[in-house]
Structures are given as C-alpha cells and as structure tokens.
Design a protein around this ligand. Structure first.
Ligand SMILES: NC(=O)C1=CN([C@@H]2O[C@H](COP(=O)(O)OP(=O)(O)OC[C@H]3O[C@@H](n4cnc5c(N)ncnc54)[C@H](O)[C@@H]3O)[C@@H](O)[C@H]2O)C=CC1
Ligand SMILES: O=C(O)[C@H]1O[C@H](OP(=O)(O)OP(=O)(O)OC[C@H]2O[C@@H](n3ccc(=O)[nH]c3=O)[C@H](O)[C@@H]2O)[C@H](O)[C@@H](O)[C@@H]1O
Length: 475
C-alpha cells in the first residue's frame, strides 16, 4: 500500500452487507457525541463507559456536559430504540464496529499521554470476546506507535479482530456539526507487516483483501459524509496518528504566534487586533486561530503538544519539536501577563482587592474547564490575596467543583458588584452584549481588562470605563 492515498471515491462496499451495529467505548465529550451522531445516521449503537453516573444520565436523555444541539439528538435517538448506554461491556459483544473513545490525559509525572484508559478499555473489550471479523476503530488521540502496538495485542488475543485508526477533529461547541459534516476523514490502515504487530513480523503475507474489507467498513460507516464530498485520506497507522497531533500542534502554534506578536505589539505600541486583521487577508495565512488574547486551554491542545513532544523525544525525533516548548511558554506567559496587568491595575497589591472574572470555561459554548486559562488566572489572583468572584453562563458547576475556594455569582451584575477590576477571560456572546453603563454604578472602580479582545473599547470607554486589552496599548 502507498503511504497515503486521498480520494472521495467509494471503494467496493460489497463485503459490508447487513446493517452495522456499533459500540462506542468511552462516552465522554468525544464518545457521547460520536455515539449519538452514529445513531442519528441510522446505526444501532451502544455506548459503554466505566462511569455509572455518566451512563445513567445519558440513558435518561441528559447530556452530562454542555454541547449545543446534542441533547435534542440524544432524546430523539433514544426514542427510536437504536441507541443505548451501559456499563456492561458484555452488551458490546455483538457489535461489528467498536469505536475507542476513552481519554488520553497528560500523565501526572510527565508531559506524556496516559495510556491506562486505552489499554484498560481494550482489555475489557477482549475479555468479552468481540465477534470474529469485528473492527476496532481508534479515535482517541494517541502517541504514534500505539496502533501498531494494539495490532500486536489483537493478533495474539483476538486474531480475527481488525484494527483501524480514525482520529477525530471535532471542536467542542460545534461537536454535532463537526461529527456529521467533518471537513476530512482520516483512515489509518495497517501495512502488511503491521497486521501482526511489531512483535511478530514473521508474517509478510499479502493482506490486501483484509485491508480492503476494513476500508470498506469505514466507508460504510461514513457513507453519508463521503457521499456529500468529504475527502478521505487513507494512510498507514503512524501517519493517521500523527495527522491528529500535527493538526493540534499547528493550531496551537498559530495561536501562540499571534500571542507572541501581541507581546511585541505591547512594547512597540502597536495593535495586535489590527495586525491580525491585516494578516488575515493573505489567503496563505487566513484569519482563523489568529485571535490574540489569553491563549489556549482545554482538554486537548495543551496536553496534545506536550504528549507529541514527549513521544518525539522517545522515538529520537525530539529536536524536530523543540519549538513546541516555546509555543507552550508563550501561551502560559499570556496568563502571567494578565495576572500582572490586573495587579498593576489594582495599584500593585492584590490582597483584599475585589476582582470580578467573566468566564470560566476554556472557551465559549462549552462548560469544559480542563486547563481553563480563565480559572488559572482567577485562582492565581485568589492565591495572591484577592477576593475573586467568577461568573460563567455554563461552567459554574464544574468550576466550583474544581476551584471551591473561588467565589461564584449568579450573573454578571452580581459578579461585578464592588469590583476594583473586571477581567473578561472567556468570550461568551452574552458578554459582548453587556451594556457597560448599567455596570458602572455597581463597581468600586470602572476598570476592565479584555483578555479576549472581543469587547468594543469605544462602548466601554464612553460609559466611563478604563479599558485595557492584551496587545492593544493604543485602542
Ligand atoms: N473533547 C474533544 O473535543 C476531543 C477529544 N479527542 C480525544 O478523544 C479522547 C477522549 O477525550 P474526551 O471525550 O474529551 O475525554 P473524557 O474524559 O470526556 O471522556 C473519556 C471517557 O472515557 C471513559 N473511560 C475511561 N476508561 C474507560 C474504560 N476502560 N472503558 C470505558 N470507558 C472508559 C471515562 O469514564 C470518560 O467518560 C482523548 O484522546 C482526546 O484527546 C479528540 C478530538 C476532540
Ligand atoms: O483534539 C481536540 O480535542 C480538539 O482540539 C481543538 O478543539 P477545542 O479544544 O474544542 O477548542 P478550540 O476551538 O480549538 O480552542 C482551543 C483553545 O484555543 C483558544 N483560541 C482559539 C482560537 C484563537 O484564535 N485563539 C485562541 O486563544 C480557545 O479560547 C481555546 O482555549 C481543535 O480545534 C479540534 O480540531 C480538536 O479536535
């Protein structure tokens, strides 16, 4: 097989006859979305997770996280009887396709990915005995080399089970749209000597027929998107694994690039927002992911660039990715800079001062607070002695669970009451609609830091506010 082939053509699906039954292992942000959307496409789907509370809520028609449009689809598909959730792996045994969607968080002791959940899930799947000819499809974001390791494991314990790697590119907040109408699909298929894994390279047979069957199954699963013209990139395992981390590394780099420009703008007296806008007209650069501000957070970009570097070091490609260290450093420096600016605006002392923080989620349209820049800044100021009150339209419960020492308000007005400074740290649309003049009488001092560069400086200034933004000294 060539290392890569790109096509939107449908290869023969002759070998895929009966309607496919799908299992989705791990029903977190990715898995719950995938299970619900696969059911929406007409497949029989069972989602399995080790967290009984998550499973109960999903089975009751409640999405355990904030994702626009997902709960409606969940309820609709539960009602058809095509969709079920369980903690029992036994209920996945008759599935034709198993999607592996468990977490791969950063390990506590290093930047590397924690593979405990992936290995635990495969172990449980093998224990129930997937049916012969079943296909295991990896979607979790994993270090290069994982698929070939799992292929070896399958070859030893379930030689009739096939493996493919099909990384996921959905964005939280747009998860349904991205799953049903992805901008591309990547199908990582094993090379001939990968069927039996690196441990057993004695078999150099031709497995073209088996590989075609795997590809045909993937094409049957994604037929609707493929028929609509979604490109499918077919590659070997390692390329498929790397596409995923390369994409996130590129996005992180783009954000840190504009934030590095933001640092220079602050010193040079230039305006990063105007600079980004001028860059965006160059179609080679484009305007997306050039939003300067507090930088990236979340459950993926930060941990993925660290795991990518860790894996590159392990396989002897460390120097190629050393620049990602700097991407990470620039990103974290935006948080430090925001804290310093807030303390400066508080007259150099945080202790006893009141800070209002608008935003807790790592980005708008999400209640995800994993590595949230907003909460990092809020908690750093709290630890410096400030009295910090946070408001977020969706992430309050998650924030309060993880940061019980912060104060929480039920709305913008309550959050800013008596504030010495207001920090806008997650760019919810609701915050853009704030009428600043209504807040002026509520605060102790009308000072705002726009950490996301999305508020209108003139509007705030005309309502009597002192407006500061990262990278925009002259606005
Ligand atoms: N959240 C996102 O937007 C995206 C995530 N990804 C990747 O997808 C993977 C999953 O991410 P999330 O869904 O965000 O994580 P998550 O933490 O929300 O969900 C993971 C789920 O796996 C379950 N789990 C753990 N061990 C299990 C086992 N042995 N059997 C069954 N279930 C088990 C957990 O209980 C949890 O519900 C990660 O590798 C991530 O990098 C990829 C693209 C998008
Ligand atoms: O691997 C993953 O899990 C996913 O990671 C990201 O998706 P997500 O984490 O949902 O969020 P993004 O929209 O990428 O935003 C990430 C962070 O970057 C920040 N950001 C984004 C854009 C920008 O211009 N500036 C900026 O600071 C956001 O505020 C947020 O904190 C990728 O965009 C998805 O393609 C990928 O599938």
């Amino acid at each position: 097989m060539s290392a890569e082939s790109v096509s939107t053509e449908t290869v023969s699906t002759e070998t895929v006859t009966a309607p496919l039954r799908i299992s989705v292992i791990g029903t977190g942000y990715l898995g719950a979305t995938h299970a619900i959307c696969m059911s929406e496409l007409g497949f029989d789907v069972v989602g399995v997770d080790v967290d009984p509370d998550k499973v109960r809520r999903l089975a009751d028609g409640e999405v355990p996280f904030f994702e626009p449009g997902l709960e409606e689809l969940l309820r609709k598909n539960l009602a058809t009887g095509r969709l079920a959730f369980t903690t029992s792996f036994a209920e996945t045994a008759d599935a034709d396709v198993h999607f592996l969607c468990v977490g791969t968080p950063q390990r506590a002791d290093s930047g590397a990915a924690d593979m405990t959940y992936v290995d635990g899930a495969v172990e449980r799947l093998l224990a129930v005995g997937p049916k012969p000819g079943a296909l295991l499809v990896g979607k979790s974001t994993v270090p290069a080399g994982t698929a070939v390791r799992l292929a070896g494991w399958l070859a030893r314990e379930a030689p009739d089970v096939d493996l493919a790697w099909n990384p996921e590119f959905l964005r939280e907040g747009f998860a349904v749209e991205d799953t049903l109408r992805p901008d591309r699909l990547v199908f990582g298929l094993p090379a001939d000597d990968e069927w039996y894994g690196v441990a057993d390279r004695h078999d150099h047979g031709d497995h073209t027929g088996r590989r075609d069957r795997v590809e045909a199954t993937l094409r049957a699963v994604y037929a609707v998107a493929l028929d609509a013209g979604t490109p499918a990139v077919v590659s070997d395992f390692a390329t498929a694994e790397l596409v995923k981390v390369a994409a996130n590394a590129f996005l992180a780099t783009k954000i840190s690039f504009i934030n590095a420009m933001s640092e220079v703008c602050e010193v040079a007296g230039a305006d990063v927002k105007t600079l980004a806008s001028a860059l965006s007209y160059d179609t080679r650069i484009g305007g997306r992911f050039l939003g300067a501000g507090l930088g990236f957070g979340g459950g993926c970009l930060p941990k993925d660039i660290r795991a990518f570097q860790a894996r590159a070091e392990e396989i002897g490609a460390g120097p190629a990715l050393r620049f990602l260290d700097e991407v990470d450093t620039v990103n974290l420096r935006r948080r430090t800079r925001t804290v310093e600016l807030a303390i400066h605006l508080l007259g150099g002392v945080a202790a006893g001062r009141r800070v209002a923080v608008l935003g807790a989620a790592f980005k708008p349209n999400s209640d995800d607070i994993r590595d949230s820049p907003a909460l990092d800044v809020a908690d750093t100021l709290r630890r410096a002695g400030a009295r910090v009150t946070v408001y977020d339209p969706a992430a309050m419960e998650n924030a309060a669970r993880k940061f019980p020492d912060l104060r929480y308000a039920t709305g913008v007005a309550a959050a800013v009451a008596d504030a010495d400074v207001v920090l806008h740290l997650t760019e919810w649309a609701d915050f853009r609609e704030i009428e600043p003049s209504l807040l002026t009488p509520l605060v102790r001092r009308p000072v705002i830091v726009d950490g996301r560069n999305t508020l209108d400086p003139q509007l705030w200034r005309s309502a009597g506010w002192i407006y500061h933004a990262l990278g925009r000294p002259n606005v």
